[in-house]
Each structure stands twice: as C-alpha cells, then as structure tokens.
Design a protein around this ligand. Structure first.
Ligand code: AMP
Ligand code: MN
Ligand code: MN
Length: 340
C-alpha cells in the first residue's frame, strides 16, 4: 500500500466557495464512516458560514449513536439546496430516497468517496481508494483548503476512520494513516473514549442474534465461511437494526477461511450480502457483479431473495472467484507475509 500524500482536487473548493445551502448525503444503512464523514463535513461547511444539512435515508446505527448532533440528520435532501455532496458511497442509488433525481438532478453534485467500485456519477468526482475511510478524505480536504478542524469535527473524523479500519486493524493502515490519527488526537479527538463507546459496547440483542445464527455456520471446501441471519432470528433476538453488528468480521477470523459472508434476510424479501476477504483476495469484484460495491477486503450487495436462491448464487460466484484468485496467486511468487 503506497503511503504517498493524498491530494484534493481544487474544483471541490470552487464548488463549496460558490454554494450557500449544501446537502451532504451519505449512504443507506449507514456505518460509522458514513455518519462520521457526513457530520464532519457538515460541520466544516457550517464553520465556513454555509447552511449545511446532513442527510441519510436510514437511522444512525447503534455503534455511533453517541456522537453529538446525530439528531440533526434529515431523511431526504431539501429541493432548495444549491450544491449536493455525496460522501462514502460508490453509486447514485446508494443514496436511496435521500436523493430525488427529479428535483436535484440539475444541481451540481460532488462525489467524494473511497470505494474502488465508484461509478463516477457526480459532476465533480473525487474518488480515492487509498483513503482508508471517507473520513480520511474529509481530513485531507480540511487541511488542503485551510478549513479549521475543531475538537468536535476531529471526533467525527476519527470515529469514522476507526470504524472503517475496525480500530486500526485492517491491512491498509499505514504510517500516513497513523499520522492522521495522531493529528486528530492532537486536535482534540478523545481516542480512548471513542474506542470505548464504539467498539466495547453493543446491545444484548445483537449478542443473542449471534448465538442464534452461529450454530448454522457453514464452511465451503475452498475456504469460504458463511451463515445466514433470518428475519425470524432477528425477531427472536429482538434486534431491530439492519446490520449484523460485526458478525461477518468475526467469522472471517477463522484461520481456514479466505472469505467470510453473512446473508441477512430483509423484511422486504431482499437479501443483504456482506463479504470480507483476507488481504491478497478480493470480494469487491463479485459485489460489483451482483450490483453492489465496496473494497477488496470488505464489500456488499443487496440482491433478490428468496434466501436459499441468493445463497446459492453468491456462494457459486465466490467459489469461482476464489478458485481463480488462488490460481492467479499460485502463478506469481508471493512474499511470506502476504496472507494465505
Ligand atoms: P458491509 O459488509 O455492509 O459492512 O459493507 C462493506 C463495504 O461494502 C462497505 O464499504 C459498503 O459501503 C459496501 N457495500 C455494502 N453493501 C453495499 C451495496 N448494497 N452496494 C454498494 N456497496 C455496498
Ligand atoms: Mn460506509
Ligand atoms: Mn467508508
């Protein structure tokens, strides 16, 4: 992973300079990076005297519900804005109902994202897959344009950076990332408190849901570990959030696995597919082929049910992809530390 400096396109500063009322929209089923980057950017813009509105179709998830200002989110961008900024999302549909193309289509759209699967749907596109989080991009943006980072903004940015790196435990954490973290702590982000509230705290219902889902764990001979979370399990556990609370990352730590998958049945009959891959393997391409997106090591998609059909389709695609990836790796000598 290259550690070169991340540069910010000047067109973004021009778009911000000329705007007065800005909708900052993040993705459906938001994670910590979505919420942190959206609130961080919103507050940076407000401190420049802009009228900025954080927008997300879905509620703020439990892991970051302690952040100040989470009640400011609106579900749909107002029609009277003069700039839309999308953050942490790779395709226009990931804004869901928050973005109405009918009313907002003619308004300039700045796309700020770190997913390798980004479709460049904006009028200005700043896509930086080397950034470990959209929050890291917000940090570089603030620095490049001289926007002041208050302790509260540093807290938003560090929270999203920590959630997308699972607490600095992903393979893309570099000296550059650690320098950003150090600077954010110096600017007033309380790293110990953020870690405690974000990673060392979960609802009892999610632990119960894991207990219901784990007995049905499956392992494919190629090294794909997977399980399903049904609507019935979710109801029995009393867990009403959309995500799996980190279960996919947990099962993916099994040493025999190259890829981990959690299939979650949704109330509307669609199936959420959440995938993880060891460094050196890639689930982003399969996610993209399924109509979703993500990063090589963490990607997802929402596909049609029923659950059994969805599982068969995805496991088949992953078995093929993994066999291909193993063959490609076998053809090239690998350094001893580069994963399995
Ligand atoms: P998750 O497994 O939900 O934690 O998501 C892992 C990564 O894949 C995140 O970067 C998401 O933004 C991305 N992702 C998840 N679901 C989708 C989807 N339906 N479409 C596009 N990207 C997705
Ligand atoms: Mn995200
Ligand atoms: Mn992200």
């Amino acid at each position: 992973m290259s550690d070169n400096a991340i540069t910010v396109p000047p067109e973004i500063a021009n778009a911000i300079d000329t705007a007065h009322r800005i909708a900052v929209i993040t993705h459906v089923a938001p994670d910590g990076d979505a919420i942190g980057s959206c609130l961080g950017l919103t507050h940076l813009l407000r401190n420049l005297g802009k009228d900025a509105i954080p927008v997300c179709q879905d509620p703020v998830p439990y892991i970051v519900n302690w952040l100040p200002g989470v009640e400011e989110f609106v579900r749909k961008a107002p029609a009277d804005v003069d700039l839309v900024i999308s953050i942490d999302l790779s395709s226009i549909d990931r804004m869901g109902d928050a973005y109405d193309a009918g009313t907002l289509g003619h308004i300039p759209l700045v796309n700020i994202d770190h997913h390798v699967t980004n479709t460049y749907f904006g009028h200005v596109n700043w896509v930086e897959p080397r950034a470990v989080a959209a929050c890291e991009m917000v940090y570089h943006l603030a620095l490049a344009f001289g926007y002041p980072i208050t302790p509260q903004i540093a807290t938003y940015i560090l929270t999203g950076l920590l959630t997308d790196t699972r607490g600095l435990r992903t393979a893309n954490v570099s000296a550059r990332v650690l320098r950003v973290v150090t600077h954010l702590v110096e600017l007033g982000a309380p790293i110990g408190e953020i870690t405690e509230l974000t990673f060392n705290r979960r609802p009892l219902a999610i632990v119960k849901l894991w207990a219901l889902a784990l007995p049905n764990l499956r392992v494919e001979p190629e090294g794909i570990i997977w399980l399903v979370i049904t609507e019935a399990m979710r109801q029995e556990a009393g867990y009403d959030e959309p995500g799996d609370g980190g279960l996919v990352s947990f099962i993916s730590t099994a040493e025999e696995a190259y890829i981990g998958v959690v299939f979650t049945e949704k109330p509307d009959g669609t199936v959420n597919v959440s995938m993880r891959a060891r460094p050196g393997y890639d689930v982003a391409r399969v996610a993209f082929a399924l109509g979703g997106g993500g990063h090589p090591q963490a990607a997802g998609a929402t596909i049609d049910g029923p659950l059994d059909t969805a599982v068969q389709r995805v496991i088949h695609a992953l078995r093929e992809a993994l066999t291909e990836q193993k063959a490609a790796r076998a053809a090239v000598p690998q350094p001893a530390h580069a994963g399995k």
